[in-house]
Design a protein around this ligand. Structure first.
Ligand code: PHE
Length: 461
């Protein structure tokens, strides 16, 4: 299958996979999850979830992809037959649905970036109501989400090496530069250290069972797990590379960026004396207010840089999401990559329209379903199904697949490639223990409790 292409080397893969992992999850979601769940206490539990479950699942996904050199569906079908291939189908379906919503939120970030650059946000005084107006403004949303989808599509159409890898190699370092620059600036603000203290001194009394599963859910979202994104990227790595060290670097980079995003956002929030427990509006409501209060030049620069950072982070993730269905059809049907990219970009964009209209524009979509004691918009519903519930399900099924069908010895052999001394090592034992016992146990419990809690109002813990 020479025509499939692939990453140039380890660095290419790591840049792309870290790009997939680093996204809205790190900069938009992680700080508000940490803010709502006890700051550093959440961070500690999050790190434990990353190491004990996130890392092994990531290694598992990459190994399945690399062992078969096939797309999500093809990989499971080759190793497990047609029933197990349903895991791959679920991954592809989730990727399409998840991307349709993710792209809408990326569109908000894009809109804020442009509006900081052209100065229009500097005139806003009430960001709460501005955000409400912005996310229900159909013309604007249409334009920005479409723009984001088109940029994603152009990069994916150029292929793994020339498109995805090259883009990640530019976007990821730029993201780091922006992030570090912004952190240094935020440290100079008044009361910045109160924010750092809130973030880094753990409040263990805030920990409940819910903290644990919020942290595990966040780890899955942030590492791009449970959706076969890494099966897909893994299928493009060469047989010479060491999967475990590559996965370790991806997990490390992702954790580092989430940690740094907190180090940026809490000082900003405390410098203005606002509460860190603002939920999803933290980045779109609280921060712009802070940026504009810095005066027009500084505000434009800092605000523009922040939303550019958010766009870069989101873009490397939308690219990886679009690649999942694209690789599937390139492998299975042999259609031209460009045509598939165009078709899927259109499909994903169309599927995203109800979510786009569910933020106040159309009432029936805004108050779409009632559960968890509140009415939920289409956008929330899709995230609840395909992210909060679907990702742990995907991780659970994958680990059960490795342990019972593909078998640990095959998994271990794949990991031993390029990794002398791996077989029989402590790491080998740990990964086998996690994949065959710990991860499926926790993910299974998490899946069931989330379904019962979210959709049936039954709380087991
Ligand atoms: N990891 C991405 C983020 O943190 C989201 C994502 C999930 C991307 C699953 C691909 C697959 O924003």
């Amino acid at each position: 299958m020479a025509s499939r292409g692939g990453f140039t080397n380890r660095i290419g893969f790591i840049a792309a996979a870290a790009g997939s992992a680093v996204g809205l999850g790190n900069i938009w979601r992680f700080p508000y999850e940490a803010g709502e769940n006890g700051g550093a206490a959440f961070l500690i539990i999050y790190l434990i979830c990353m190491v004990l479950i996130g890392f092994p699942i990531m290694v598992g996904e990459i190994a399945i992809g690399r062992a078969t050199k096939l797309n999500a569906y093809g990989a499971y079908s080759k190793l497990g037959g047609k029933w197990w291939a349903l895991i791959g189908i679920w991954g592809i379906l989730s990727a399409v649905m998840f991307l349709s919503v993710y792209n809408v939120i990326a569109g908000w970030a894009f809109a804020y970036f442009i509006q900081f650059v052209n100065g229009s946000l500097m005139k806003v005084t009430d960001f709460g109501s501005h955000f409400g107006t912005q996310i229900s403004d159909v013309t604007d949303l249409f334009f920005y989400s479409l723009g984001f989808m088109v940029i994603t599509g152009i990069i994916v159409a150029r292929g793994i090496k020339k498109g995805i890898e090259s883009a990640a190699k530019i976007l990821m370092p730029s993201l780091f530069v922006l992030l570090i620059g912004l952190i240094l600036y935020s440290f100079t603000l008044e009361n910045a250290m109160d924010g750092v203290r809130y973030y880094l001194i753990p409040d263990f009394s805030a920990i409940t069972f819910k903290t644990v599963y919020s942290a595990l859910g966040q780890a899955f979202f942030s590492l791009s797990l449970g959706m076969a994104a890494l099966v897909t990227y893994g299928s493009y790595i060469s047989k010479r590379e060491n999967i475990i060290s590559a996965a370790g670097l991806v997990v490390g980079t992702d954790t580092m960026v989430a940690f740094l995003a907190g180090l940026l956002i809490f000082p900003l929030v405390f410098s203005q004396g606002v509460s860190p427990t603002q939920g999803p509006g933290l980045v779109f409501v609280v921060l712009p207010g802070i940026f504009t209060s810095m005066g027009s030049v500084t505000g434009t620069l800092v605000g523009g840089a922040f939303f550019l950072l958010l766009c870069f982070a989101a873009l490397t993730s939308t690219i990886s999401l679009l690649e999942i269905p694209v690789t599937f059809l390139v492998d299975e049907k042999g259609y031209s990559r460009k045509k598939i990219v165009i078709a899927f970009s259109v499909i994903v964009f169309l599927i995203g329209i109800p979510s786009m209209l569910s933020q106040g524009a159309v009432d029936g979509l805004t108050n779409f379903l009632y559960y968890e004691g509140q009415s939920k918009a289409v956008l929330d519903f899709i995230f609840d199904v395909f992210s909060d519930t679907g990702l742990p399900l995907g991780g659970f099924l994958m680990s059960v697949f490795i342990a019972t069908k593909w078998k640990l010895h095959n998994f271990n052999e794949e990991l031993a490639i390029g990794n002398p001394g791996y077989l029989g090592s402590m790491l080998n034992k740990f990964l086998n223990f996690s994949i065959s016992f710990f991860a499926p146990l926790f993910l299974g419990i998490m899946f069931i409790t989330t379904v019962l809690d979210k959709f049936f109002g039954i709380q087991l813990f």
